[in-house]
Design a protein around this ligand. Structure first.
Ligand code: NAD
Length: 317
């Protein structure tokens, strides 16, 4: 059953757009939507986050997911994971105040969180039964690119819904990649973050060993960046967040571990060999358990520093 008429128009300003999850990424993304002229209808379980989003976007906050869905042609979710997305769409334990209870036929749910693609496909099927379309449109680029609307967005779903929502996505991202059917964007995002996490581990191991061999770690990072060992972490994380000891990139360790689990789920569900991803998940999970919760993902190096008995930037004894 088609979820929206083939003639449904594009969703353009000043249309109302629902936004659920106004944390580190959701806040600047909603701000860019508001700047483009969309009327934001916001929801977050954290009152502080909701208040900041209202200040930044002039958003309405009806306090009810059902009311949001009934008044917005499109609702964006930017939540920690797919379970949180299912909770707001279907209602935790069948609660009545959920998006599904308010969506008219022809609405679109755009899940921009980094969710599990298998859960996304199942949720999309539930929504399609009610004539509601779903896109998965996760992002890469972090808080800085969310703020200046230059995110990379990887979009899965049907072509008509993508065309309807393209004006919304273009207010938040510079590059919009079409990845295929629903779930393919989420698979791509998790695999991207696996490759990114593996690059961070490789660089941390290399810089630590180089320092213990007597090299200066800042110099090592500069040489990697001018050589074939360069990767996104050496370029954009080592000087900025690791050697500086700031550890404040804006992307948490918990969320990276979640993404690694999702990437392995994709590899396993397709029967793809992924021994490096297995080792990477083990290394990050062990670091998370040792370091505790609430840290930025760049602080993961502290665990390997402890194992090595050397802190990056300091001479070892
Ligand atoms: P965050 O923790 O800062 O924000 C999540 C927000 O969702 C919080 O404000 C929280 O209160 C809210 N929330 C959680 N459960 C809720 C619920 N049931 N109902 C309503 N609100 C709820 O996380 P973030 O860093 O903004 O990440 C959001 C998503 O984007 C994650 O899936 C993450 O993996 C992905 N992502 C993050 C980054 C980054 O650099 N931070 C980059 C790319 C993708």
């Amino acid at each position: 059953m088609p979820s929206a008429s083939v003639n449904s128009p594009s969703i353009v300003p000043p249309a109302a757009v629902g936004f659920v999850g106004l944390g580190k990424m959701g806040n600047p993304m909603a701000r860019n939507l508001a700047r483009a002229g969309y009327a934001i209808v916001a929801h977050d379980v954290d009152r502080g986050a909701l208040g900041r989003a209202r200040d930044a976007t002039g958003a309405e906050a009806p306090g009810s997911l059902k009311a949001m869905a009934s008044r917005c042609g499109a609702v964006i979710t930017m939540l920690p994971d797919g379970e949180a997305v299912r909770a707001v769409v279907l209602g935790p334990g069948g609660a009545e105040d959920c998006l599904l209870a308010g969506f008219p036929r022809g609405s679109v749910l755009i899940d921009m969180s980094s969710s599990s693609p298998l859960g996304t496909r199942a949720l999309g099927a539930r929504l399609a039964e009610r004539g509601v379309a779903m896109l998965d449109a996760p992002v890469s680029g972090g808080v800085r690119k969310a703020a200046d609307a230059t995110l990379s967005i990887m979009v899965g779903g049907d072509a008509h819904s993508i065309a309807r929502c393209r004006p919304i996505l273009e207010t938040m991202g510079r590059q919009i990649f079409l990845t295929g059917p629903l779930g393919s964007g989420h698979a791509m995002k998790a695999l991207n973050n696996y490759v990114s996490a593996a690059g961070l581990v490789a660089a941390a191991e290399g810089v630590l060993a180089a320092q213990r061999f007597g090299l200066d770690p800042g110099n090592v990072v500069d040489i990697l960046n001018a050589s074939t060992g360069m990767n996104n972490s050496t370029l954009n994380k080592f000087h900025q967040f690791i050697l500086s000891r700031a550890f404040d990139s804006g992307f948490s360790l918990e969320l990276m571990v979640k993404d690694l689990k999702t990437a392995l789920e994709v590899a396993r569900s397709t029967g793809s060999p992924a021994p490096l991803a297995e080792a990477c998940l083990e290394a990050w999970t062990e670091a998370q358990a040792a370091l505790g919760s609430g840290l930025d993902h760049t602080a993961v190096v502290r665990h390997w520093e402890k194992l090595a008995g050397s802190e990056l930037g300091k001479k070892h004894g």
